[in-house]
Ligand binder design. Structure first.
Ligand code: DCP
Ligand code: MG
Length: 469
């Protein structure tokens, strides 16, 4: 990008200049009504400006495409105070006391904080009293928060749901899924790991410099990051989203009970829609797939936390009927604090229970529900139905293994994967959802709580809501 290109010296006049009315992207909600940002293209370049605008809007900032009287904050990069003042003069805008002229470091800090940060001297581009070059040293660029050494293992990172790098991780997840559909495990894992590590960062990646010292970013990943920084989007992701095979696999696997093998088969047979598959007389469906089609609409809609809590009451009631001293714990995404999920996961255990009784209890619970369903089914048919089908995963475990089961079923998948990888490679131990085996001591290590398992592994404890890797 040539910074001296004349076209860069004024905002593009694709639309007439407007005053007052918001021109912020209509699809995103404005959270911070009090400030109206305009980002100067001059010396920053068009694509970086577009990227920053998109990013700021996605975080609830109002960003105008064109300079107007309603603008309160002008953000510039690589511009001196006099550059900006001169430019403003050319636009016929006076640098009033209300108008903040800021270096991009302010915006970057805001992106990291997820809200407007207070403007201080280091952000201000123009020292208004005396803006001679000598009185205004180069604006200080705030590097993203000093990055402590980041572990390549998700179980040594704290990953909350507050993801500052959605723009990148959403792209990675599409690519990873596409590789999964194409059974390219290596590339799938590379993009999942990259998404996972970016989710743990306390700042947003704004330039390639920010990616230095971040582990798990292979060259092909960095290439995508660079493209998104420069163009605001990734051409490969766009192509994948439009790809027929990807779209079909996504659609087919959205049916409960349909995995990659079945999706592949249907795709090869030439199917592209669910209605054609459903009505095909030659296809055989499993019990799960039949249920998947029958309750398709219900099952593709996300389960909310309120629904999960309601299910929890039902599960506790049903289990309590057979096992009065049972412990029922919601695990999976909801335990990690997610607001919605594709199912609701429960771990059930009880001090007295034997392994043989395990299976019996689940069958009894399911029979109980089945009877209730038949009874209520008589009263209300599918039409005018007042209930929603929800996927529920019930896991039972022996009481002594509950800590391992709880840790194993809380996820996320990436967190679990890295816990096992860490145990194997760093501790010569074997971890699964049932036990922890120390190969050096040749013994199983007992644990009454998740904290004890982390301690056995020599890891700092990571709370469930910090396991959203
Ligand atoms: N799990 C696992 N390996 C599997 C399946 C599950 O380690 N093959 C663990 C990790 C998951 C947890 O069980 O986090 C629950 O599985 P889900 O598929 O329900 O995942 P989430 O609950 O995390 O996601 P969602 O919110 O979509 O239900
Ligand atoms: Mg779940």
């Amino acid at each position: 990008m040539d910074p001296l290109r004349m076209a860069d010296l004024s905002p593009r006049k694709k639309r007439p200049r407007q005053t007052g009315a918001s021109m912020a992207s209509p699809s995103q909600d404005v959270k911070f009504q009090d400030l109206v940002i305009f980002i100067l293209e001059k010396k920053m370049g068009r694509s970086r400006r577009a990227f920053l605008m998109e990013l700021a809007r996605s975080k609830g900032f109002r960003v105008e495409s064109e300079l107007s009287d309603s603008v309160t904050h002008i953000v510039a990069e690589n511009n001196s105070d006099s550059d900006v003042l001169e430019w403003l003069q050319a636009q016929n805008i006076k640098a009033s006391a209300q108008l903040e002229l800021l270096d991009v470091c302010w915006l970057i800090e805001c992106m990291g904080a997820g809200k407007p940060v207070e403007v201080t001297g280091k952000h201000q581009l123009v020292v208004r009293k005396d803006y001679s070059a000598s009185a205004n040293p180069e604006p200080q660029k705030t590097p993203p928060l000093a990055v402590k050494k980041i572990s390549p293992y998700a179980c040594q990172r704290r990953t909350t749901l507050n993801n500052c790098n959605h723009i990148f991780t959403d792209a990675f997840e599409v690519l990873a899924e596409n590789y999964e559909f194409r059974e390219n495990e290596g590339s799938c894992l590379a993009f999942m790991r990259a998404a996972s590590v970016l989710k743990s960062l306390p700042f947003t990646i704004i330039s390639m410099k920010d990616t230095e010292n971040i582990p798990c970013l292979e060259d092909k990943v960095k290439y995508i990051i660079e493209e998104i920084i420069e163009d605001g989007e990734c051409s490969e992701v766009k192509a994948v989203l439009n790809d027929e095979r990807y779209q079909s696999f996504k659609l087919f696997t959205s049916v409960f009970g349909v995995g990659l093998k079945t999706a592949e088969k249907w795709f090869r047979m030439g199917f592209r829609t669910l209605s054609k598959i459903r009505s095909d007389k030659t296809l055989k469906f499993t019990q799960m797939q039949k249920a998947g089609f029958l309750y398709y609409e219900d099952l593709v809609s996300r389960v909310t936390r309120e629904e999960a809590e309601a299910v929890s009451v039902l599960v506790k009631e049903a289990v309590g009927a057979f096992l009065p001293d049972a412990f029922v714990t919601m695990t999976g995404g909801f335990r990690r604090g997610k607001k919605t999920g594709h199912d609701v996961d429960f771990l059930i255990t009880s001090p007295g229970i034997t392994e043989e009784e395990d299976q019996q209890i689940l069958l009894k619970v399911i029979n109980l529900w089945e009877r209730k369903r038949v009874d209520s089914g008589k009263a209300s048919q599918q039409e005018g139905k007042t209930w929603k089908a929800i996927r529920v995963d019930l896991v039972m475990c022996p009481y002594e293994r509950r800590a391992f089961a709880l840790l194993g079923w809380t996820g996320s998948r990436q967190f679990e994967r890295d816990l096992r990888r860490y145990a194997t490679h760093e501790r010569k131990m074997v971890l699964d959802n049932h036990a922890l085996y120390d190969k050096t001591k040749r013994m199983f290590l007992k644990a009454e709580s998740e904290e004890e398992i982390f301690a056995h592994l020599g890891l700092d404890y990571i709370e469930p809501w910090e396991r959203n890797a």
